[in-house]
Write a protein that binds this ligand. Structure first.
Ligand code: FEO
Ligand code: CA
Ligand code: CA
Length: 705
């Protein structure tokens, strides 16, 4: 066996020395440096393979946004002279306003008539805290719905933390739940189908010391990834849900490392997707590091394969033909040791295997016999997730972020249109919508900082459709497989870790979480769309720069589609939120009085309620509090009023969230409770949900008490 110790983590191409298997602390193999922001070294190692310690993979030399903004300012001088004003008149907020006006914001719009439910819940915001609980406002209560180890399949093994096996893990609720979707049950109104991602594993918190061999630890860890489909049933009280016993739940399903996924779209079957185990290049075993996702109007769930790169061992002798692609995707380390139990993760053995990950997965939870699919037409990168809307034209549009410092925002538009009829034939058609269409990447132009607002215009740049590539020198399949390299050639805007991107169903605007970038201001110059806090604008206004500590608290970007709506090529943008401590001068809450808002840091996932309020979950709060879930109106007089609805336990991040369609409950996934440096199974930093002496990631339902 040439691979490093199964649990050794790598911060570079050299494998770490093998730690003793007897000690979970030694098994950590954590980097010696301190964490980034408030993130523990454990999080950095296990979540994304220490991505922040690696060189930024984007070495395209693309223009950084500050240069673009300067050019935009020059153009604005021309516009002031009345030339070409009509060319930008389609954009709703920025150029349409008088150029010399003061700070501008999107036009307030009256919200729809409020309905009872999560959108209009009145609550006293939860203050920042470090409790080992899910803390909710007075008048609300939480129910644990399901947690790591609970049975999923009819033949599920009883959870025994001291005697875990991969076979058992494939029947149980996996580790580190992230995306939460709730799809209508095909036959029963009192039930729904819960679909959850299992993003990654925290081995030091999962295994009691000395109970499992390194090989067993690896096998269980791999099998604890994937997705779960679980039938849930309404309770007697409004908003109450409980899981149906697997014996009575024929839709329950675990998707894991042995599940076959079918590749679709123009790159399916391409030579670079073929391996010795799959000469067809069309059938992939497993889905890994599934982060966020989305639910489609036709009742399926999309899931993004994110930091897949960390599972591949690139320490052996590699075929140099793959070097550029591997480097652009951060496939550079010795991996997590998975190659010790499955040789397909050893790139010297299977150089094509990583091309089979980094896709958007579509699962049909209503058909437990259906084969889940990976859609090549939506491109390959570190997919945070994908959220679908139906454009006025009937075409399907999916918005997507590539979660890496300095990487891009993307969009897919379908070739065919959505069929809303409730027939089986319509559904069969809708299931093909993500296989043909066009892939786009975003460029953002600032309108200059002298208006005191981070805003401007942008355009979608076409990369490829299912018949033709628009990137010189690259075929359609090459664009889809090496999407990052293709995008590098068309000058999109480098962003600060684009995470969840979703359309507000009420006002039609698009909201993107840009979670943070500790390098902003140093290795990544600031610009109007990516300021160091607000230093870019403040410097232009003559304000002194107080710090240049990077973008530690993140932003929420708001896009308004221009002419053509969601299938058009232009948009206007603004940073609706510059997150952080409201007392810090650089923060911005869409102009709302800052003394009235909750502190918020590191936005990650976004969702909407029935009246169009934005809900934001956070990951990696750099202000010292536990992560949380926040509600923010985006229109009307309360636009920008950020209120913290809940906090998750110590060391956890808030995932999901899911605002139930009946508006009676909010579901969140509590991911990695107790993921704190130095914590082990025997000395946990959290014991949430307090069912055992160790932490268990799980999904909770919040409802009115
Ligand atoms: Fe898995 Fe981008 O967070
Ligand atoms: Ca501006
Ligand atoms: Ca995320």
């Amino acid at each position: 066996m040439t691979s490093p110790h199964p649990l050794s983590c790598s911060t570079g191409p050299t494998a770490r020395p093998a730690p003793s298997p007897a000690s979970p602390t030694a098994l950590l193999g954590l980097p010696s440096r301190g964490p980034h922001g408030s993130r523990s070294a454990m999080t950095c190692a296990f979540r994304c393979g220490n991505a922040c310690d690696q060189p930024i993979p984007n070495v395209s030399g693309n223009e950084e946004f500050h240069t673009v903004a300067e050019r935009a300012m020059a153009r604005r001088q021309v516009l002031r002279g009345g030339v070409a004003a009509a060319a930008v008149g389609v954009l709703a907020f920025s150029s349409a306003a008088p150029a010399a006006a003061g700070p501008r914001h999107p036009r307030p719009r009256p919200g729809p008539v409020a309905r009872a439910g999560a959108g209009t819940w009145s609550f006293t915001p939860v203050p920042p805290n470090r409790a080992d609980e899910v803390s909710v406002p007075d008048g609300f209560t939480t129910d644990l719905l399901i947690a790591w180890g609970d049975p999923v399949t009819r033949d599920a093994a009883r959870f025994d933390v001291r005697r875990q096996s991969a076979a058992a893990a494939r029947t149980q609720f996996g580790y580190n739940n992230d995306y939460v979707g709730l799809v209508p049950h095909p036959r029963r109104k009192d039930r729904a189908l819960l679909v959850v991602n299992h993003e990654y594993t925290d081995e030091p918190l999962m295994f009691p010391s000395g109970t499992h061999t390194p090989q067993q630890v690896l096998e269980v860890a791999i099998a604890s990834h994937g997705m779960s489909v679980v039938e849930v049933q309404r309770g007697r009280l409004p908003g109450q849900w409980s899981v149906v016993r697997p014996r009575s739940a024929r839709h329950n399903r675990r998707l894991h490392d042995r599940t076959v996924f079918e590749m679709t779209g123009p790159a399916a079957g391409d030579a670079r997707l073929r391996t010795s185990g799959d000469p067809s290049g069309r059938r992939v075993l497993g889905t890994f590091n599934n982060c966020a996702g989305g639910t489609t109007p036709w009742g399926t769930v999309l899931s993004g394969e994110e930091n897949f790169n960390q599972y591949f061992d690139a320490s052996g002798e590699l075929d140099p033909r793959h070097a550029a692609s591997y480097a652009r995707y951060g496939i550079t380390g010795a991996g997590r040791g998975w190659s010790a139990v499955d040789r397909r993760f050893d790139l010297s053995v299977e150089p094509h295997e990583p091309y089979r990950f980094g896709w958007v997965v579509e699962v049909d939870p209503t058909d437990p016999t259906s084969r889940p699919r990976k859609h090549t037409m939506l491109g390959r990168f570190k997919h945070e997730g994908a959220n679908v809307t139906i454009a006025d034209s009937g075409h399907v549009v999916a918005y997507m972020g590539d979660d890496e410092r300095g990487d891009y925002l993307y969009r897919f538009t379908s070739r065919s249109t959505y069929d809303p009829r409730p027939s089986a034939r319509a559904r069969r058609h809708n299931l093909t919508l993500l296989t043909e269409g066009t892939l786009w990447v975003a460029r953002l132009d600032g309108d200059g900082p002298d208006d005191g607002v981070h805003d401007g215009t942008g355009e979608w740049i076409r990369l490829a459709d299912d018949r033709r590539s628009y990137v010189p020198g690259m075929s359609v399949a090459e664009v889809l497989i090496d999407t990052r390299l293709a995008a590098d050639q068309v000058s999109p805007t480098r962003m600060d870790r684009p995470e969840d991107v979703e359309v507000n169903p009420v006002n039609g605007r698009v909201y993107a979480a840009l979670t943070n970038n500790s390098n902003r201001g140093t290795r990544n110059p600031p610009d109007e769309a990516n300021p160091v806090s607000s230093s870019y604008v403040r410097a232009a206004l003559g304000a002194p720069l107080t710090r240049a500590s990077g973008n530690r608290n993140g932003y929420v970007l708001e896009l308004e589609p221009g002419r053509g709506g969601h299938t058009g090529t232009t948009f206007a943008w603004n940073l609706m939120l510059v997150c952080g401590d409201p007392q810090a001068p650089e923060t911005w809450f869409a102009g709302f009085p800052k003394q009235l808002v909750s502190p918020i840091s590191c936005p990650d996932n976004v969702a909407f309620d029935a009246v169009g309020n934005l809900w934001i979950s956070t990951d990696g709060n750099a202000l010292g509090s536990n992560d949380g879930l926040f509600r923010v109106p985006v229109d009307g007089s309360r636009r920008g009023l950020v209120e913290q609805f809940l906090t998750v336990p110590l060391g956890a991040e808030t995932c999901g969230p899911f605002i139930a369609p009946d508006q009676q409950s909010v579901l969140v996934a509590v991911q990695h409770p107790g993921e704190v440096d130095g914590a082990t199974f025997e000395s946990p930093a959290s014991t949430w949900p307090h069912t055992h002496t160790f932490p268990r990631p799980g999904v909770v339902v919040v409802r009115r008490a």
